[in-house]
Ligand binder design. Structure first.
Ligand SMILES: Nc1nc2c(ncn2[C@@H]2O[C@H](COP(=O)(O)OP(=O)(O)OP(=O)(O)O)[C@@H](O)[C@H]2O)c(=O)[nH]1
Ligand SMILES: [Mg+2]
Ligand SMILES: [Zn+2]
Length: 369
């Protein structure tokens, strides 16, 4: 196994620890043995795109299509772009044998079913444009998505060239009121603000771009990659908001940390028409942490913040220390979450496990385990 090649596309020893727990000694030795040409040859790949009839991935030998056995069908319920998979040689192809437990997984509800958006992310770049697309309530929804998955959210305000300095300032003031300290204004057309994104573009890091159609996700990726000539196939289209990008796809761009071999995985996603959340109580409470903290101090633990005496939330609303629109969105998201829960959508235990797991990985990383 060429570890440095795999590390450059996001592999870390945490994944290896996962495999060590799950695999037999024979299988583990086989991945390490690059000379094993015959039986039981295994290899690791990272999923770059999932199409109806094929799964594209990249491994130490480059890009390839993987075979997907029936136990992983329908694929959208088992595998997401960004996942690592262990594969087994099957004649001249590689067949998926196992999905390596991800450090994070971005999920939403699509219709009645949980849908995986992407896996193994360090940052969620929430993209919004400095024009009529700008919508604080929608951004709070995306923040909830990130917090739920244990992924660091970053808000990127695009098309700063389209508005005046004053207007841009007003947008930024609204963004600084959100529970997200990482906010950047950029213009992909004028190449401004892009250098501020350097701290996220370190070797081995993985980012997904999300946001409505037409906000400039692909253009941002192009602007970052363009100077480095890496992702010619990503195109911004002039048809603003016309769902130009049609499938989630993982690209690699050069890192900007001085590491000549360093790569950053960036997943471009199609604009979302709607973002339905589920099992998101944790994320909602984190997005609206000020309201949540007040609610914990209401006289009644089951306070609805309506007419109850001793309601700290109502007091804060009356004093103007929290915004009515935030409170309304907080209640709306909680109601939606409750509705999804009552209908049994998604697996609550699974989400709890995911969050606990990604928290543990973060702590381990912080403490340099
Ligand atoms: N003025 C201006 N226009 C931009 C900028 N970035 C993107 N655009 C334009 O906005 C339109 C949509 O850009 P895309 O990058 O395709 O948007 P997207 O978010 O990828 O859209 P979907 O793929 O549909 O989700 C295109 O016409 C771009 O040229 C910018 O910084 N300034
Ligand atoms: Mg796009
Ligand atoms: Zn209350």
């Amino acid at each position: 196994m060429n570890l440095s090649k795999l590390q450059s596309i996001g592999w870390t020893h945490y994944f290896m620890q996962q495999l060590s727990v799950q695999l037999s000694f024979e299988a583990l030795s086989a991945i390490h043995d690059t000379d094993a040409q015959t039986v039981n040859q295994y290899a690791l790949f990272r999923i770059t795109a999932i199409h109806r009839d094929r799964i594209q991935a990249i491994g130490e030998s480059g890009s390839t299509d993987l075979m997907c056995p029936p136990e992983f069908h329908p694929t959208s319920q088992y595998i997401a772009v960004g996942d690592w998979v262990l594969t087994e040689k099957a004649e001249e192809h590689w067949r998926i044998k196992q999905i390596v437990e991800p450090i994070s997984r971005l999920l939403r509800l699509s219709g009645e079913k949980p849908q995986m958006i992407a896996s193994n992310l360090n940052y969620l770049w929430i993209v919004t444009s400095a024009n009529q697309d700008f919508n604080v309530k929608r951004l709070q929804r995306y923040l909830t998505l990130a917090f739920d998955a244990g992924i660091e959210p970053v808000i990127i305000l695009t098309k700063s060239d389209l508005c005046s300095e004053t207007q841009l300032g007003e947008y930024l003031v609204q963004l600084t009121q959100l529970n997200c300290s990482l906010v950047h204004a950029i213009s992909a057309h004028q190449n401004t603000g892009l250098t501020d994104l350097a701290p996220y573009l370190h070797a081995g890091s993985s980012i997904a771009l999300v946001g409505s159609s037409g906000v400039g996700k692909s253009s941002l990726l192009n602007a970052l990659a363009g100077t480095q000539q890496h992702v010619a196939s990503v195109r911004g289209d002039d048809d603003k908001g016309k769902h130009t990008t049609t499938a989630r796809q993982l690209f690699f761009i050069n890192s900007v940390d001085g590491n000549p071999e360093g790569q950053v995985a960036v997943i471009d996603t199609p604009g979302m028409r709607e973002l339905q959340l589920f099992n998101s109580e944790h994320g909602i409470n984190e997005t609206f942490s000020d309201i949540h903290t007040l609610a914990l101090n209401c006289r009644f633990s089951d306070c609805h913040h309506a007419e109850e005496p001793g309601c700290k939330v109502r007091q804060a609303l009356e004093a103007g220390t929290i915004k009515t629109s935030d409170f309304e969105n907080y209640l709306k998201l909680l109601r939606e979450d409750e509705y999804a829960k009552r209908r049994g959508l998604g697996n609550h235990e699974e989400r709890k496990y995911q969050r606990a797991f990604s928290k543990m990985v973060k702590t381990m990383k912080k403490e340099n385990w």
